[in-house]
Design a protein around this ligand. Structure first.
Ligand code: FES
Length: 161
């Protein structure tokens, strides 16, 4: 994001939504994680202006808020797609050729690991074993597991989303 775009986003940001979420936490201690969880539930990710606003309201450095946000894997600093594709990169899946599946998936979606398609329909992620090794190679789309994958099967599966 260019500096200009970032400034425009900051200007148009709905700070009232964050203020409302903050109300129940003001004057309490150890509330950074629940605050960020609420913001993420509201916006789908942690917008930068929201984190800056939290820092201001709690009178703490912005770096502290960012520190917590980047420490926990549950938090996302960028908007995510409507559907989350998670390809397993665990050992069993690796042995059964998940690399080709992962490559093909990235090619179809046109994004790399951790990125979201332009239409915001898919975010592509890679994860360690998801506990379905018997079905390797495996991926999940949202809560649905797909096993015994081949690169050829991917387009057909994605059509459902
Ligand atoms: S290694 Fe992929 S599901 Fe276990």
């Amino acid at each position: 994001m260019s500096e200009e775009t970032a400034k425009a986003a900051e200007k148009s940001f709905d700070y009232d939504r964050v203020e409302t979420l903050l109300q129940e936490f003001l004057h309490k201690k150890g509330v950074m994680v629940p605050i960020l969880q609420k913001i993420q539930a509201e916006f789908g990710y942690l917008p930068r202006p929201a984190m800056e606003y939290v820092a201001k309201r709690l009178r703490i450095p912005v770096s502290k808020v960012f520190g917590v946000a980047t420490f926990y894997a549950q938090f996302h600093l960028h908007p995510r797609g409507k559907n989350i594709v998670r390809v397993c990169r665990g050992t069993a899946c690796h042995v059964r050729g998940v690399s080709k599946v992962a490559e093909k998936m990235q090619e179809i979606l046109g994004v790399g690991v951790g990125q979201t398609t332009e239409d915001m329909n898919f975010t592509y992620e890679e994860v360690a074993c998801i506990g379905a090794c018997g079905l390797a190679p495996v991926m999940m789309i949202n809560d649905q597991t797909y096993g015994k994958l081949t690169p050829e099967k991917l387009k057909g599966i994605l059509k459902n989303y």
